[in-house]
Design a protein around this ligand. Structure first.
Ligand SMILES: [Cu+2]
Length: 494
């Protein structure tokens, strides 16, 4: 088939798949269709000279003869609009793509049962093991190997398109307590580029790196995050209307998952994600012209998209209007998200992502900038002075919860609803509601020194980690705010 025709067919298949996914009802036939689509994508990658993770590299088997120390059973099945592995029995029973935790040096046995009359398998590259193909419903096979290397390793289905459709999880070798301290993924809210203002349109080049990291979620608790450039949110991208923006997405070689990026500032299919589904160790580039000013969310758009967003793959891109935004003294970058773990909030150790809790929309943690109480720490709080005007770019990665964003003790003097700079701004607003996949900008003058608290006014979430602090230094202003009766200011009683 000529490449152009193949591309046209691929695009129409993508559209059909998106529609089917949106309906949430995918039959076995439709999965075959999706697999066909992915298979075509693989062929196109091959035509373009790209390698594909679905093409099995040479592996050195580490199968062993001894009796197993630990056994797991997984069923290949579908779950809503995703293809998945589901745990059978024991602690992983019913869990979608469960993390398989084993001791270093254990002999591990994994049995795969086919829950669909469609071909599946299971492979772990680093340990050189695979089940081989299971074609019949209820067919099963077992692999056994020595877990002689510490770390997190991906198990996945090698059938074309199945891994990207959701058939992958983690084998974690080593004690969870060993991982209870990890790097910070928190983006400092003052870390954003300076305003652009009045320059002419130009070409802006942006480097995004998909990086999977074990990061600090809370005291004594770590989590396997997905990030852009190692932080949550990812880098604040700043350009102006009319700019031509070249986005390079590199997925680190160490990654276990495919990643991509959909920018809401783009006019074009998938917000760019049709061009940048990126395998570990690869880079993809696409270019768009910024036609519309606004403050926009970007996020990973690889299935299960909600999983990749929940694990931290989101950020903001600001397209300044002609001439720029009104000047302010300080700008801040804040995004809200949810963390879904198997373990209850407050648990210690390296926690496991829960696909089921994500589907049920029952998060254990809520976060500003990626971790519990992240913006309440001295290092990552917001700092300003009396007399200054500040602007907060507030976005929601989510994936599911709308934020009733409020700063306790302040009123937003100017609000750009839904992130629009071309609609008339609102004035004098107490609380804004920022929905998932949206960002707003708010501005306010600081009149009185002290500590102001950033919250979602759905305040139960504060107790699940959703809090930030704005420290304001300066002279007291008792005419505006003071303890005691009004009579100490007789001038005002006239
Ligand atoms: Cu991703």
């Amino acid at each position: 088939m000529p490449a152009k025709k193949q591309l046209a067919l691929l695009v129409s298949l993508l559209a059909i798949t998106a529609l089917l996914s949106a309906c949430g009802l995918m039959t076995t036939e439709e999965w075959t269709l999706r697999a066909t689509m992915s298979s075509m994508q693989d062929q196109m990658n091959t035509m373009a000279g790209a390698s594909s993770a679905d093409t099995n590299p040479q592996i050195e088997p580490r199968s062993v003869a001894e009796a197993a120390d630990v056994s797991f059973t997984l069923r290949a099945d579908q779950d809503g609009s995703s293809l998945v592995f589901i745990g059978v029995g024991g602690e992983i029973d019913g869990i979608v793509n469960p993390s398989l935790n084993v001791e270093l040096g254990a002999v591990v046995e994994i049995t795969l049962i086919n829950g669909m009359p469609v071909e599946h398998d299971l492979r772990i590259d680093e340990f050189g093991v695979e089940t081989g193909s299971l074609k019949q419903l209820n067919e099963q096979r077992t692999i056994k190997f020595l877990a002689d290397e510490q770390g997190s390793f991906s198990y996945y289905c090698t059938l074309p398109g199945h891994r990207i459709a959701g058939m992958q999880g983690l084998l974690i070798v080593g004690s969870p307590s060993q991982a209870a301290e990890a790097v910070s993924v928190v983006k400092n809210p003052a870390d954003l580029p300076a305003p652009i203002g009045a320059r002419a349109p130009e070409v802006v080049k942006v480097e995004l790196i998909a990086r999977e990291v074990t990061g600090q979620l809370d005291d004594g608790a770590t989590f396997s995050y997905f990030t852009f450039n190692g932080s949550i949110p990812g880098p604040f991208i700043r350009a102006r209307v009319g700019d031509t923006i070249e986005i390079t997405l590199t997925n680190e070689t160490e990654s276990a998952f495919v990643h991509s990026v959909d920018l809401h500032a783009v006019n074009g299919p998938g917000g760019g994600a049709v061009y940048n589904q990126t395998q570990p160790g690869e880079s993809k580039v696409f270019t768009f012209q910024a036609l519309t000013p606004g403050i926009f969310v970007y996020h990973c758009a690889t299935p299960s998209v909600a999983h990749h967003i929940a694990n931290g793959m989101y950020g903001l891109i600001l397209i300044e209007p002609e001439g720029g935004l009104p000047p302010v003294d300080r700008e801040f970058y804040v995004m809200q998200g949810e963390i879904y773990t198997e373990e209850a909030q407050g648990s210690q150790g390296n926690l496991t992502f829960s696909h089921e809790k994500m589907l049920n929309e029952t998060p254990e943690w809520f976060t500003f900038n990626g971790a519990a109480s992240a913006l309440a720490s001295d290092e990552n709080a917001l700092y300003a002075k009396v007399g200054e005007r500040v602007r907060i770019f507030m976005g929601v990665g989510g994936p599911n919860f709308t934020s009733s964003f409020h700063v306790i003790g302040e009123i937003f003097d100017t609000v750009y609803p839904f992130g629009s700079f071309t609609s008339p701004p609102l004035t004098d607003v107490q609380t804004i509601n920022v929905n998932p996949g949206a960002a707003w900008a708010v501005e306010f003058d600081l009149d009185v020194p002290g500590t102001y608290i950033l919250v979602d006014h759905a305040l139960s979430r504060l107790e699940r980690g959703l809090v930030g602090l704005l420290y304001v230094e300066g002279e007291a202003n008792p005419a505006i705010f003071t303890e005691g009766p009004a009579t100490q200011y007789p001038a005002r009683l006239k």
